[in-house]
Design a protein around this ligand. Structure first.
Ligand code: HEC
Length: 139
């Protein structure tokens, strides 16, 4: 009996690890804070959110290599991070959005690291919702 319960617990854990902690519906609204600079356009060129061009397209950000949108001119620091093979995950996204410059300085161990994204959103719950939203439109 215990064995069966354990297997259930493991299956539940594995299944839920792919599910974001945030609320995608709230994140859709939250994305209004980002869309002045970021669009969401899928690989087929279909626009999901019409946004600005100051920042890179955020489609498929989960599991995407940092600084890797073709044709976008990233700052040196974010490009350098991408060259290390760094990939966006929920936790890294939350830390980055809270303070991009500090995030890059910490990751690259370079106090002089620069970020082209000057915007900050510190409220973790809001950023988790936005992540969940980005995940929901990227499938
Ligand atoms: C004022 C414009 C602006 C706003 C607002 C903004 N960003 Fe950005 N964002 C940028 C720019 C510019 C970059 C490129 C940074 C660099 O090259 O250093 C960027 C980069 C990023 C990246 C890295 C993408 C990659 O390809 O590696 C993520 C993730 C991101 N932004 C998330 C967000 C989220 C989430 C929001 C809203 C909460 C947001 N940004 C709001 C301008 C903005």
């Amino acid at each position: 009996m215990n064995k069966v319960l354990n297997i259930c617990a493991i299956v539940t854990m594995v299944a839920s690890s792919a599910v974001a902690a945030g609320d995608a519906t709230k994140g859709k609204k939250g994305f209004n804070k980002c869309k002045s600079c970021h669009m969401i356009v899928d690989d087929g060129g279909n626009t999901i959110v019409k946004g600005g061009k100051t920042g890179p397209n955020l489609y498929g950000i989960s599991g995407r290599t940092a600084g890797s949108v073709d044709g976008f001119k990233y700052g040196k620091s974010l490009a350098a991070l991408g060259e290390t093979g760094f990939v966006w995950s929920e936790a890294e996204f939350v830390t980055y959005v809270a303070n991009p410059k500090k995030f890059l300085a910490d990751k690259l161990d370079d106090k002089k690291a620069k970020s082209k994204m000057s915007f900050k959103l510190k409220k973790e719950a809001d950023v988790l919702n936005i992540w969940a939203y980005l995940l929901s439109v990227s499938e």
